[in-house]
Ligand binder design. Structure first.
Ligand code: DQA
Length: 150
């Protein structure tokens, strides 16, 4: 059984209390449960993480590249939070690790401030999901399963 690695970046630990009009009332623990259920339905094992540190995300993406090459990882679902719009390091890490990444955003970043319209992740992502609220996470897991099945 392959693993789906779900990585959450800065401030996503605040889900539930952070700008509920934008991100909804669900907590990160609720999101983890949604992901666990979706993984169980699609025959994937869940590895769910959050950090507010850019370098930790880089390290985890390198680790994911090795696991995918070894055949144990289906891919990464990455909500890089604000690092999406700033991080050349994450862009380079995804490219360098040659890992399958689905970029995910809870909100529709294109309907928000102009500084959220550019993503350093999108050019190196296999797919992009945004604007579905936290339901985007299980949808992305279904998408990853479909990609993995070929
Ligand atoms: C986000 C959108 C980003 O612009 C923002 O900085 C976040 C969350 C989302 O899930 O909608 O932290 O990635």
């Amino acid at each position: 059984m392959k693993t789906a690695l779900v990585l959450n970046g800065p401030n996503l630990n605040l889900l539930g209390t952070r700008e509920p009009a934008v991100y909804g009332a669900h907590t990160l623990a609720d999101v983890e449960k949604l992901c666990a259920d979706a993984c169980a339905a699609h025959g994937l094992k869940l590895d769910f993480r959050q950090t507010s540190h850019e370098g930790a995300l880089v390290d985890w993406i390198h680790e994911a590249g090795k696991a995918q090459a070894a055949g144990t990882l289906a891919g990464v679902i990455l909500n890089a939070g604000a690092y999406t719009h700033t991080s050349i390091a994450l862009h380079d890490a995804i490219k360098g690790a040659a890992v399958t990444v689905i970029e995910l955003h809870i909100s529709n970043v294109h309907a928000r401030e102009a500084f959220r319209h550019h993503s350093y992740i999108s050019p190196v992502a296999k797919a992009v999901m945004c604007g579905f609220g936290v339901s985007g996470y299980p949808l992305a897991i279904a998408g990853l399963a479909a990609l993995t099945a070929g």
